[in-house]
Design a protein around this ligand. Structure first.
Ligand SMILES: Nc1nc2c(ncn2[C@@H]2O[C@H](COP(=O)(O)OP(=O)(O)OP(=O)(O)O)[C@@H](O)[C@H]2O)c(=O)[nH]1
Ligand SMILES: [Mg+2]
Length: 279
């Protein structure tokens, strides 16, 4: 079931990788480059597999190795705090909604609207919250986002919430005032929970491929991002960029967004991913 959903969502990338069967090294090189694996990691992979008698098998193993990065350790120190940031339109709101829906099957979750820039950001999140059947801490446009987060965490503690999911406003990594806002939100979280946000997730639109690395690096360095979710994976042929993205940033991919609906998210597992890719 999970495998089939994976296969369907990866169909564009799979189309490319299915041609690796029986291919020679130079064919594989072309496929990797077309999938946006990039020159550096294509070379790394080819070097490793060149001498192998089973090129496809070696290729699969090498890709798994490159994607298998350690996930953040989560201590059982409730409430779990998850914050999602990223550039405009990268899929933050859809992603927090999907996570709320997923986690609420097992625990008590609240959504927090710390996007105080966009018109009707709270209303948009409210609609998702209803679909997921979870509560929301709303906010007003122009409010201090860090103050919203402070209140939300205090409220969540009073209500013994298990997991707090914080949606933030879209921002370009070059806008230092907006990056400062994210830093302030993080400081507020650390004040209430000294270990900081348990998951500090950056959403990346998979269609950007390798172009996303520079902006992701700035988010990571400035705001302590500790994991990634690649969104819109369903529509991209550049899926191979997942290799340079997580290796350059040294960050694990936790989930893939594979559609616009609330259920369209899949936990990332390098083995299942590679099996689906080569189907
Ligand atoms: N196909 C597809 N579309 C997605 C996915 N995730 C989000 N989208 C679409 O991408 C668009 C932007 O999604 P949002 O969740 O609003 O993005 P955002 O990062 O919150 O946007 P801002 O708050 O404006 O920065 C919407 O049209 C979503 O339906 C995905 O995994 N697959
Ligand atoms: Mg949003």
């Amino acid at each position: 079931m999970m495998f089939n959903r994976f296969k369907k969502a990866l169909s564009k990338a799979t189309e490319l990788f299915s041609h690796t069967k029986g291919a020679c090294v130079s064919d594989i090189e072309e496929i990797l480059l077309r999938a946006d694996v990039g020159a550096k990691y294509t070379e790394v992979i080819l070097k490793k597999i060149k001498q192998s008698g089973d090129l496809t098998g070696a290729l699969k193993n090498e890709i798994i190795n490159l994607l298998d990065l350690p996930k953040p350790l989560i201590e059982n120190n409730k409430p779990l705090i998850i914050i999602v940031s990223g550039v405009n339109g990268s899929g933050k709101t859809t992603t927090v909604a999907k996570l709320a829906n997923l986690y609420s099957k097992k625990e008590k979750v609240i959504l927090v609207c710390a996007d105080t820039y966009r018109d009707a950001a709270s209303e948009q999140l409210e609609i998702w919250a209803k679909r997921a059947g979870v509560e929301i801490v709303a906010s007003q446009k122009g409010q201090d986002a860090a103050a919203v987060v402070f209140d939300a965490i205090s409220k969540a503690r009073a209500k013994s919430i298990d997991t707090i999911l914080i949606d933030t406003a879209g921002r370009l990594h070059t806008r230092s005032d907006l990056m400062d806002e994210l830093k302030k939100i993080r400081r507020v979280i650390i004040k209430l929970k000294p270990t900081g946000p348990d998951l500090n997730i950056l959403t990346i639109d998979a269609n950007l491929g390798q172009n996303s690395i520079q902006q992701a690096r700035v988010f990571t360095q400035e705001t302590g991002v500790n994991s990634l979710i690649l969104t819109k994976f369903d529509g991209t042929a550049k899926g191979g960029a997942i290799i340079p993205i997580c290796n350059e940033l040294k960050l694990p991919v936790l989930y893939l967004g594979i559609g616009e609906d609330i259920e369209d998210i899949i936990e990332f597992d390098p083995h299942a991913f590679v099996e689906a890719l080569f189907e």
